[in-house]
Write a protein that binds this ligand. Structure first.
Ligand code: NAD
Length: 484
């Protein structure tokens, strides 16, 4: 049984409460570690440590800060196998996926922002009247970063790396459901020589640690990724305190498939975009709209491709669908499958819990599930399920599919499948989502703005957007005398 510690002021420490939370291995359905059940007292210590570290960290030349962050990136790479295994055990995702995506992208986050600060230039605005303005962008101070369980280290570092690179000190909270790789990251930071207090990781529940971070008057900015209702809670607490907020929230993403698409590529990628990580990626396409002339053929081939997926032990190389993250989440997803049936949906494939033999007999597995026969506006097609469940529907015209696609409260990402250039631009412009992937999915360039419209979030992460969020802009206006 591993005991996870908080990382405060450069040291690995126990929580003030001396209490711990169970951490489960979802593939086994068993407790395998314990994580601090921290509270406001631990957050207070973390804030004090971060405040003491801030003057030196924020004034450190960018090159030195960059070197330290590069060492963390190198530390992630040096611990690649250990981190990937930990992520798989902690989350239920396949080891193959942790190796292909989560851990490499976590290292990339540090590489990207460590090098970006070496190229940062701030704006300057010249005035003919004889004045010059320049924008001074300085770090905010102590910032809070709160992340979810679905891509644990990947999304944790996606916030921490730009916050630190911009010169802030951080109080961070990973999900209590998947705390392991954040803990391993604290060991990597110590090894890399990150000065004490620059990054503090406080483990525990959202209602205690997350709430304390959001409420703390010493934390003027919060970057949060998680569910929409949690985002609403955070906004309610943070807004009266006028905190800067970046909210990356839920999604119910459409995949829009026109009859002129590159069929094989579309089929292959839409299987991936529906079921990768058991459908537990905020960017997964769970509403699949297919132009009517292609509908029956696509549906048949899609069902066949889904049946070829292998639900199994996440550590096995052949497994394509691992465990869902928790028992509560398993029941939530299964309840949505029941709801789909009540709403008149037909289960084309899947629909059940999977009971594996051997080691994983008590694990939390669900068959990848495809449903048809539902209207675009029923609950199954409007609410975020966040599991291996997708719904397929036909459409006849562009106007109709845009109505369907834009009908939910969410607006995170969409994917569009067509070889028609004019249609691509037309539909991409009309989709109310922060990201539109055309003939691809999950292709990420870290320089681009990342985030959602409507109830999928407020603000954007990525590239300079993250730097803008993690800095305060000050305009310095200098008037000089014109020679007469
Ligand atoms: P969640 O909202 O339950 O938890 C996210 C984090 O917030 C956790 O660390 C949790 O402990 C903390 N938290 C909970 N209550 C809090 C409170 N009152 N104050 C402060 N912090 C609190 O989300 P989850 O179940 O971990 O993750 C799944 C959700 O995240 C899905 O809705 C998914 O779409 C969303 N998500 C969005 C993105 C994106 O980039 N938009 C990426 C990944 C996941």
């Amino acid at each position: 049984m591993t005991t996870i510690h908080n990382y405060i002021n450069g040291a690995l420490v126990a929580p003030a409460s001396a209490q711990y939370l169970d951490v489960y291995n979802p593939a086994l359905g068993q407790v395998y570690a314990e994580a601090p059940d921290s509270d406001a007292r631990d957050v207070q210590q973390a804030v004090e440590a971060a405040q003491s570290a801030f003057p030196a960290w924020s004034k450190m030349p960018a090159e030195e800060r960059s070197q330290l962050l590069l060492k963390i990136a190198a530390g992630i790479e040096a611990n690649f196998d250990k981190l990937a295994l930990a992520e798989s055990i902690d989350n239920g995702k396949t080891l193959k996926l942790a190796k292909a995506m989560d851990i490499p992208r976590a290292a990339s986050n540090f590489f990207f922002y460590a090098t970006a600060i070496m190229h940062h230039a701030s704006e300057s605005h010249y005035m003919e009247e004889g004045a010059i303005n320049y924008t001074l962008r300085r770090p905010i101070g102590v910032v809070g970063c709160i992340s979810p369980w679905n891509l644990p280290l990947y999304l944790f570092t996606w916030k921490i790396a730009p916050a630190l690179a911009a010169g802030n000190c951080v109080v961070a909270k990973p999900s209590e459901i998947t705390p392991m790789t954040a803990y391993l990251l604290s060991e990597i930071c110590i090894e890399a020589g990150l000065p004490p207090g620059v990054l503090n990781i406080v483990h525990g529940l959202g209602s205690k640690v997350g709430q304390a971070i959001t409420e703390h008057s010493g934390i003027p900015a919060i970057s949060f990724t998680g569910g929409t209702s949690t985002g609403e809670q955070i906004a309610k607490v943070a807004a009266p305190k006028f905190k800067k907020l970046s909210l990356e929230l839920g999604g119910k993403n459409p995949a829009i498939i026109f009859a002129d698409c590159d069929y094989e590529k579309t089929l292959k990628t839409v299987v991936r975009s529906s079921f990768l990580n058991q459908g537990q990626i905020c960017l997964c396409g769970s509403r699949i709209f297919v132009e009517r002339p292609l509908y029956e053929q696509f549906k048949t081939d899609f069902v066949a491709a889904i049946k070829n997926l292998t639900v199994g032990d996440p550590l096995d190389d052949d497994t394509t669908v691992g465990a869902v993250v928790s028992e509560a989440h398993l029941h939530k997803v299964l309840s949505y499958i029941e709801l789909a049936k009540e709403e008149g949906g037909r289960i084309l494939t899947g629909g059940n819990r999977v009971r594996l033999e051997g080691n994983c007999a008590n694990g939390w597995f669900i068959e990848p599930t495809l449903i048809d026969g539902l209207g675009y506006d029923c609950r199954t097609n409007q609410e975020e399920i966040f599991g291996p469940v997708a719904s397929i529907m036909p459409f006849d015209t562009e106007e109709e599919v845009l109505l369907y696609a834009n009908s939910t409260q969410y607006g995170l990402a969409s994917s569009l499948w067509t070889e028609n250039l004019s249609r691509t631009h037309r539909v991409a412009e009309e989709l109310k989502t922060g990201i539109v992937w055309v003939n691809c999915w999950l292709l990420r360039d870290l320089r681009t703005p990342f985030g959602g419209m409507k109830n999928s979030g407020v603000g954007r992460e990525g590239g300079w957007e993250a730097f803008r969020f993690f800095t305060e802009a000050k305009n310095v206006c200098i008037e000089y005398q014109q020679k007469s």
